[in-house]
Design a protein around this ligand. Structure first.
Ligand SMILES: C[S@@+](CC[C@H](N)C(=O)[O-])C[C@H]1O[C@@H](n2cnc3c(N)ncnc32)[C@H](O)[C@@H]1O
Length: 245
């Protein structure tokens, strides 16, 4: 699936920056029927780092339109957001200018209304930069980070192992990794032979366990609106890891 389309960009802007009222407008759902926190996923996965204090550098891989990158700027002096989609990183950077970013909220498959996304309160856009990149083939001079955040990226990769193999270099000794995945493995993204043969958490233990200590696992819910009658409610298995050494 291409992440370059305007419609997908709009769905993700609403998912990352929309208010509860905007996300649920016209749907048959009310906030009290939904799992607590499911409208705040990009913030909640950053919260999974816990009380780390203020750190120097953070990396958000598969950042999409950037909400988690901006949330990371509350706890890191420098944040790099990387995504494979140019349309997504352009939208992420545009929001950082402070100008409202026009997008659309869909009501039926073909009917949409104008909306504008705003930079969230309390973030520091001057600390955040975005670039297009491939999580399976990141540039060599990216350096190392105190925090690496990868939300709902793993099962979108053709070769997830390539991405996992780079993580020990990216996370500084004593630094932390948040890996969130709904484990929705599909051959349209990941060929069968590159998917885990068993549980995704066992696969992560196998590939990360030598260099990382797994500290916690939680299910974080998320709700993505496509249009008023088509919404996706899922949870993402979110594990926190500490780099050994
Ligand atoms: C399911 S979305 C999740 C986005 C965001 N982290 C979130 O939680 O809302 C997957 C994201 O990964 C990006 N992506 C897919 N393949 C990638 C790759 N090889 N390298 C970097 N980003 C990739 C997509 O463009 C998309 O923004």
């Amino acid at each position: 699936m291409s992440y370059e389309s305007e419609q997908l960009r709009d769905w993700y802007i609403l998912f990352h920056y929309g208010t509860g009222e905007e996300i649920l407008d016209g749907t048959a759902f009310s906030i009290d029927q939904l799992p607590s926190g499911c409208l705040d996923f990009p913030t909640a996965t950053v919260g999974a780092f816990g009380e780390v204090g203020m750190v120097e550098r953070a990396l958000d891989l598969g950042c999409a339109v950037g909400r988690s990158s901006y949330e990371l700027s509350k706890i890191a002096g420098e944040v790099t957001g990387i995504d494979y989609s140019q349309a997504f990183v352009d939208a992420a950077a545009a929001i950082g200018t402070g100008e409202p970013l026009p997008y659309h909220i869909y009501y039926e498959g073909h009917l949409r209304a104008e909306a504008a996304a705003e930079l969230p309160a309390g973030v520091s856009p001057e600390r955040v930069s975005f670039e297009r990149g491939d999580a399976m083939n990141l540039r060599d001079d990216l350096g190392s980070f105190d925090l690496v955040h990868a939300a709902n990226l793993l099962c979108r990769l053709t070769e997830p192992k390539k991405f996992l193999d780079r993580l020990p270099d990216l996370v500084r000794p004593g630094g932390h990794l948040v890996m969130a995945t709904p484990a929705t493995w599909m051959t349209e993204y990941t060929p069968q032979e590159n998917q885990p043969s068993g549980l995704t958490l066992d696969y992560l233990d196998e590939h990360l366990g030598q260099t990382f200590e797994r500290q916690s696992v939680q299910e974080i819910p998320f709700f993505i609106r496509e249009h008023q009658r088509k919404c996706q409610l899922s949870t993402s298995q979110t594990s926190l890891w500490r780099r050994k050494g």
